[in-house]
Design a protein around this ligand. Sequence first.
Ligand code: F6P
Length: 349
Amino acid sequence: MAIRVGILTSGGDCPGLNATLRGVAKALYHRMGDKVEIVGIMNGYDGLINGNYREMSPDEFSGILTVGGTILGTKRTPFKKMRVVEDDKVDKVAAMKKNYRAAKLDCLLCLGGNGTHKTANLLSQEGLNIIGLPKTIDNDLNGTDHCPGFASAAKFIATTCMEVHRDAHVYDTGMVTVIEIMGRHAGWLAGSAALATWAGFGPDLVYLPEVDFDMSKFISDVKEIYSKTGKCMVAVSEGIHYSDGSFVSEAKTSATDGFGHAQLGGLAVMLADVIKKETGAKVRGIELSLLQRCGSHVASKTDIDEAYLAGKSAVEAAVSGYTDKMVAFQCSRDSGYKCEIALQPLDIV
Ligand code: F6P
């Protein structure tokens, strides 16, 4: 009898999702030949709750290595609501267990970030065989050196900053540019803009969500640089907030991201307007928005290779009988970059 492996992608979009799926499929078909069936769960945990899954054919995993998005679709299904029975009266945990059995799965591979791994841990405590696979552009998962998806987004951000820097210097007139970067609570992505500065073409100022934002200090910092050079480039995380915790950008939109969090955005234009009023300079507010996570034309090869490796390693872990683990990276940089696979317990993720 063939073994049946379920797989889902959950949470926000991220580079490398399809590379990981391909790594899983390649490893399974290589190891098991026609003794394996891959069951694709559509739209994250939502597909497991609602029985939206189907057997995949090997060709569906062809030609997807560097393609953005995910062939399985994804959705944000908040962990804190998993045990809550809502108006639709569906007991989500019971439904996921029932569908896992109905699909005759031997194990389930869950590809996602923090919330995804909390739910993966819950399912594993409920007796299902689960292996987690990391991904998030925010790079904020515990237990792994870094997360697939982050490096490609970081590369896009640094490259874009370098290009904007060139553009901002074509005229001999003054110019202030503000570039807004994702990462609600983690500054890794905004910090990546500093790679462009290191190369000589990046932002003069970088604002991270880990540090309280002070509007007067921001204005005086920009004014100081602008008065000396006639230019100023600022990289700012979408998640910057005042000392009372309120997001600087929150008032700008009433949309939510599927977790009930305000969808952030509009910050770059708002800050650029503030600077225009204060200095009279020509300004541009640039929101990198979805471009930073879907820009597969500039994806990092290392990132895609590692996403693929993670997929293969999840198969090794599952076939060796592990459950309740996440595939993680352990890296050394002492004599050249080296990345090795480790397995971490899901409850620390
Ligand atoms: O997954 C994390 C993230 O990319 C954050 O950096 C960002 O705030 C959020 O997702 C955007 O999510 P959505 O696509 O749901 O608006």
